[in-house]
Design a protein. Structure first.
Length: 571
């Protein structure tokens, strides 16, 4: 049943990782391979292990260990197949700690040797690329030196490092282990470290460690007692070997499925990029129509995952701001006339004291223009269209905890096309009024992040709300007499503008876009009526993209549910 549904499980969101977990869970529950009634019962195996430990104790080779409590019925997480036994992990092998670093006592016979740290022990394998060295006494080699087949278990750190388990296979001639890495060594031929590794890396053992670990703020660790008392399912020795072999086979299948999925994702992204690229490279509406027709018949293949829909939406945006999404109307008032009205509107605001006189910006030379414009469009700079280009306070104003006061807006509040006030500081009203002498955002302003990793993210301020800005947010206030703020925002969100924004960024500890650079950004300005048509068309197409994402999400949810039902049926 598991094998016949591998593709369904792997295709679900996070499917391959969940498939690996399922394989391990089935393995340690005894559901992965058939039991053989001819196998020697695990109880006999335990007797042999105990007898060998007693012999070593009698010969003085190991110390007598304290008896561990038997596994009570209520402790057992699940029932075991016939021939298996629940035991304590400490009853099966010798568990020891490693070298304690920073010892200050004299070392009579020092030797410098490499040693394994927590970082060197990954889940299932060792990372030996950054081995450090430690000085110990030569007489202590027997205690800390690793030999082939030793099982290494990490004490902890962050949660991912708790109980990571791998096997030492003599990769180095001589190596030790740190005290934060436990060593588990079998005392007889009846010890199979591969089975122990498989169980300790399984979800069952990890759940036990999660419950038993000592926790601090964001760190966790297990100690020797937790490890020794871990409940351990012990199959017959022959079955252990069969399970390990089967798990290795299935994990190789998972590797292949994962590689196939990654390869398909890469190839799909390249295909989407190439085909959608032909649209943005179109120079005329006729070329666009031809290219669109060429790929439209393959949309069911191209748009089968959310990232492809994202790429399509960005392509729509690119086509819109290049004048290729809606037809031009020769009756529209050209942008050259519109620019005169914008200039007159700015001069009126300056005369009324509502805006400062701006410095003339250099015209856009022909070699600066990234593409040819449709008839009636003009190349302009952002500052030519704005009555205000400024940013918030450069020194963060005094804050308060009173939510009735004025919100202090930073880059984290400016999301993609929306304002998010869920995590906001506040400033007193009197402080806010001083800050507003520099800048007070109003409805219709574009707020754009100008500092940090999210630089270039923006939204239109649509709700009337008093706020104070900090330096990381730039305000662009269009002269609304000739500029649609929604078209303006679409242009700034397009790949053309985002590429230009990041090209102009000053790279330092935090990337920053200065106000002069913001004002100098290039805009391809259509006639006002065409701006409106473009915004309407983009809104329609983006709504279709949102519907397509919702359908894909529903399909993935259905697929995930089917996989979950299948997993429940198998376990």
């Amino acid at each position: 049943m598991l094998l016949s549904n591998l593709n369904l499980l792997a295709a679900a969101p996070g499917g391959v990782a969940r498939l690996r977990e399922l394989i391990l869970t089935l393995a340690v529950q005894g559901k992965l391979v058939a039991q053989d009634p001819q196998d020697e019962h695990a109880s006999e195996l335990l007797k042999k292990i105990r007898a060998e430990k007693d012999r070593l104790i009698a010969e003085g080779k190991i110390k007598r260990d304290k008896p561990l409590a038997e596994v009570a019925e209520e402790e057992k997480p699940f029932g075991l197949p016939q021939g298996w036994e629940w035991v304590r992990f400490g009853d099966l092998a010798l568990i020891s700690s490693g070298v304690t670093l920073g010892r200050k006592t004299p070392i009579p016979s020092p030797v410098l040797l490499p040693y394994l740290r927590v970082a060197n022990v990954q889940r299932w394998q060792l990372n030996l690329t950054s081995i450090k060295e430690v000085v110990i006494d030569r007489t202590e080699l027997g205690r800390f030196q690793l030999v082939n087949g030793d099982l290494l278990i990490t004490e902890g750190g962050d949660w991912d490092k708790v109980g990571r388990t791998a096997i030492w296979r003599d990769e180095l001639p001589t190596c030790l282990h740190q005290n934060h890495v436990f060593k588990v060594r079998g005392t007889s031929a009846e010890w199979n470290p591969l089975w122990a590794q498989l169980f300790l890396n399984s979800p069952v053992a990890r759940a036990y460690f999660a419950v038993s670990a000592k926790q601090t703020t964001n760190l966790a660790s297990i100690n020797m007692t937790v490890l020794k008392h871990c409940m351990f399912p012990l199959p017959p020795l022959a079955e252990q070997s069969r399970i390990v072999t089967r798990v290795e086979e299935l994990m190789h299948l998972c590797d292949a499925l994962e590689a196939k999925g990654q390869l398909e994702a890469t190839q799909h992204a390249q295909l989407v990029s190439t085909l959608l690229g032909t649209l943005t490279e179109s120079e005329t509406p006729a070329q666009l129509a031809d290219n669109w027709h060429r790929i439209a018949t393959h949309f069911d293949l191209l748009l089968d995952r959310p990232e492809a829909v994202d790429a399509l939406e960005q392509t729509i945006l690119q086509l819109a701001v290049r004048g290729l999404l809606v037809p031009q109307d020769p009756q529209d008032e050209p942008a050259s006339v519109l620019l005169k009205k914008i200039r007159a509107g700015k001069d009126k605001l300056i005369a009324e004291g509502k805006s400062k006189r701006d410095k003339p910006l250099p015209p856009i030379a022909e070699d600066e223009q990234p593409f040819a414009l449709p008839m009636g469009w003009e190349w302009v700079r952002v500052g030519d269209l704005c009555a205000l280009v400024t940013d918030g306070e450069h020194l963060t104003p005094t804050r308060c905890d009173d939510a009735t006061q004025v919100p202090l807006v930073t880059a984290k509040n400016v999301r993609h096309e929306v304002m998010d006030y869920r995590v906001t500081d506040y400033v007193p009203q009197d402080v806010a009024e001083k800050c507003w002498q520099r800048c007070k955002p109003t409805v219709g302003d574009i707020l754009m992040v100008s500092v940090g990793a999210t630089l270039g993210r923006l939204c239109v301020l649509r709700e009337p709300l008093d706020m104070v800005l900090v330096r990381s947010v730039t305000v662009l206030r269009p002269v609304h007499v000739g500029v649609s703020v929604d078209f303006f925002a679409l242009r700034l969100m397009s790949q053309d503008s985002q590429t230009e924004i990041w090209r102009e960024v000053k790279q330092s500890a935090q990337p920053c876009l200065y106000l002069a650079k913001s004002a100098a950004l290039k805009i391809a300005l259509p006639p006002l009526a065409e701006q409106s048509r473009i915004v309407t068309r983009v809104t329609q197409l983006r709504r279709l993209c949102a519907d397509l994402r919702a359908r894909l999400s529903a399909s993935q949810s259905t697929q995930a549910h089917l996989a979950e039902v299948l997993v429940q049926g198998v376990t």
